[in-house]
Write a new protein. Structure first.
Length: 259
């Protein structure tokens, strides 16, 4: 049985953490499976968006720590192969296509950090978040120290990074860390409905918008302003742009091809 399920459903890639008896604890092997799934999303022109979810009652209890101790003691994340993209966005090329995370139950450490590198988040009302690393002898190293202060504010982030205490789905919604809070049964359907909306939009436009936003974080606002119109030029010349104009004139829904 695969510990990460990967299913192509139309233009959507479903990525499921699949160790429910172990609360979907993340192993090093699972990290590589996730990395290959992200590479598939990046390189398959037919894919437009991904939804990451957890099988069973929980998204993840976090790292399978005994499996990660040797890797982390080496001072770096696992080395990526040519057919892998870092799902935590700390090394290598940035992901050009959006990722939606759908979480429920426990969403600890590696689960929070995967969310922080995603673009839209749906949470069940029973979700419990935590960065437990300081209670295990080390500190978060998958992006939480970089992104959580940006997402929820410096002091809110330190309140939980420095204690390992839990926070709730309602707190995450209040801070803007998640965009929807629903019942556990509605988490995946809600995420898929958002993914369908994205998949119907112009793929080049979606990717251009996402990357324009990411460049602000990666390169800073000044440089991002300078490249905004330049990056728009090939999109304006695309077949999808022509289809967008025609659908507007003909008052119909556009049928985009990603070209």
């Amino acid at each position: 049985m695969m510990d990460v399920l990967v299913e192509k459903r139309g233009h959507i890639l479903l990525i499921g953490w699949n160790r429910p008896k172990k609360y979907n604890a993340l192993t090093v092997a699972m990290f590589h499976e996730l990395a290959r799934a992200y590479h598939q999303l990046q390189t398959d022109d037919d894919l437009r968006v991904a939804v990451v979810y957890g099988e069973g009652d929980h998204f993840t209890a976090g790292l399978q720590l005994d499996d990660w101790t040797e890797v982390l003691s080496g001072g770096q994340l696992p080395e990526l192969a040519d057919d892998e993209i870092d799902p935590y966005g700390l090394t290598g090329e940035p992901l050009r296509k959006p990722v939606i995370t759908a979480v429920k139950g426990l969403c600890y450490t590696a689960g929070v950090e995967l969310m922080l590198n995603s673009d839209i988040r749906v949470a069940a009302d029973n979700t419990r978040f935590a960065q437990l690393e300081v209670q295990r002898g080390f500190h978060a190293c998958g992006g939480a120290t970089l992104r959580l202060p940006q997402e929820i504010g410096w002091s809110n982030a330190q309140r939980y990074l420095l204690t390992g205490d839990e926070w709730t789905a309602q707190q995450a919604l209040q801070w803007g860390m998640v965009q929807e809070v629903v019942s556990p049964d509605e988490v995946l359907p809600t995420a898929l409905a958002i993914a369908e909306r994205i998949a119907k939009a112009a793929p080049l436009g979606v990717q251009g918008s996402l990357m324009s936003s990411k460049y602000v974080r990666i390169q800073g606002e000044a440089e991002s302003k300078g490249r905004m119109m330049t990056d728009l030029l090939p999109i304006m010349a695309s077949d999808d742009m022509k289809e967008g104009v025609m659908s507007f004139l003909e008052r119909r829904e556009a049928n985009f091809k990603g070209k």
